[in-house]
Every structure is written in C-alpha cells, then in structure tokens.
Design a protein around this ligand. Sequence first.
Ligand code: IPE
Ligand code: IPE
Ligand code: MG
Length: 241
Amino acid sequence: MSEKKFSILPAHVGVIMDGNGRWAKNRGLPRQMGHIEGAKTFRRIGEYAGNLGVKHISFYAFSTENWARPEEEVNAIMKLFGDYLQEAEERLQENLEKGIRLRFLGDRSRLTPELAAAMDYLENSTKDMTKVNLNLAVNYGGQQEILHSVKNIAEDVLSGKIKPDEITLETIGNGLYTEEQPPVDLVIRPSGEQRLSNFLLWQSAYAEFWYSDVLWPDFSEEDFDEALRAYEKRNRRFGGV
Ligand code: IPE
Ligand code: IPE
Ligand code: MG
C-alpha cells in the first residue's frame, strides 16, 4: 500500500471505539455481540492504519467508568480482551516481523493477574519495535492517568530526587502511560457522540476531532480514509496566527 495516499499523516491517532451496544440493539442481539464485532473492527483498522504508515495509534477499549456496566457485559469485554492477548502472543513472531510495538494504557491493578501478566509480556517482547506503535487503552481514564503521574512526581519530590521548580510539562507527560510518544493529532469518534469521555486528555490538548455517525462495528477503511482526508485540510495554528 502506498504511503503517499495522504500528503500529511497524523503522527498519533486516537480512536474511541464506540457504538457496539447500539449496533447489536439495532439487530435485536445482546450487547456482547456488538463487542465481538467491534473487536474484529479493531483488528482490521489497526492493521490498516499501520499499512498506511500511521506511526502511533491508540484505541480506547474500556474506560475506568465502564465498570459501571452490568457484570455480564464487563466480563464479556474482558474475555474478548483476553482472546486478543492470547492471539497477539500466538502471532508474536508475525507482529515482530511487522515491527509492531504493543502498549496497554491504563491501570492494570483492577484486571486479573493473568491479563496483567500477558500485557506485561507483550509489552516487553515488542519493546524494541519502532515501525508501528499500537496502544490499547483498557481500564483507562485520562484524569486518573494524570493523577498517577502527579503522585509519582510527588514521591520524587519527597525523596529529594527533584525540586518542585524543576517539574515541567515533560515531567508530567513522561509519567503518563504513553511516555515519550508524540501528542495525539487526531481523535476519531464514531457513533454520533461528540465527547472525549476521559480519553487521552493530556495528549489530546491540541488534537483535531473527527466525528461520524457510523457505529464502530461498521467502521470501514473508507471511514478511516475520510477522517485522514479531513485532517489533511485542517489548519492547525497551535495558538499562533
Ligand atoms: C463501545 O461501545 C465499547 C465500550 C465502551 C466498551 P458501547 O458499548 O459504548 O456502545 P454504545 O455506546 O452503547 O452503543
Ligand atoms: C467511551 O465510550 C469508552 C470507550 C469507547 C471504551 P462510552 O460509551 O463508555 O462513553 P460515554 O459513556 O458515552 O461517554
Ligand atoms: Mg458507548
């Protein structure tokens, strides 16, 4: 696939995978079926973005607020996440050949030890890859992420490692789950909602937003192209003129 399909690509794309439940409801199916289809879309679009040459892409799979859903639904989502981790382990060699680095954004302490161990393993095994950086946000909240970074900095101040005056934007940014990854240039949200829902708050400070009514399980490569084409035309000023 040609990388010249677009004159300019966002360095980092954030995708809020929303609309699985409504997709299922529209078909008279249980919500879980929407998540199963949504997980397929995630694999498809992740691969497509990598082929296009997008270097960093973050998918929002499960928020810190999503625990409020019925236990059955939460369990179904965690099961799908476990399936994905298992598949990624089975295909590790293939992913390494493609240069894919996997990262998981979010608080692992509330996930099962099995999931957390698989996440650590995959992150470690792919940490030297540089071609495509694929992040999956699970039990992720943007405010909680900033709080987590700030608490670590407070510890460093207490132990005398740094002085309050030495705290910079980079100090906070580097303490986030995305560490040294570039800021988000483009946030894509399907399903008709126009909000961030606690996704990558710090990283999206200057992101462009692209919304669509399409429900995530129906989200296609053409929809992704359309978002990138809209991004190409945006005039980003970063506060300048
Ligand atoms: C997104 O789809 C998946 C998660 C938030 C886990 P939803 O399940 O939120 O789908 P809708 O918004 O109810 O349609
Ligand atoms: C955002 O979707 C979280 C994910 C896609 C994982 P939600 O469906 O949870 O967001 P709200 O509740 O509509 O804001
Ligand atoms: Mg939703």
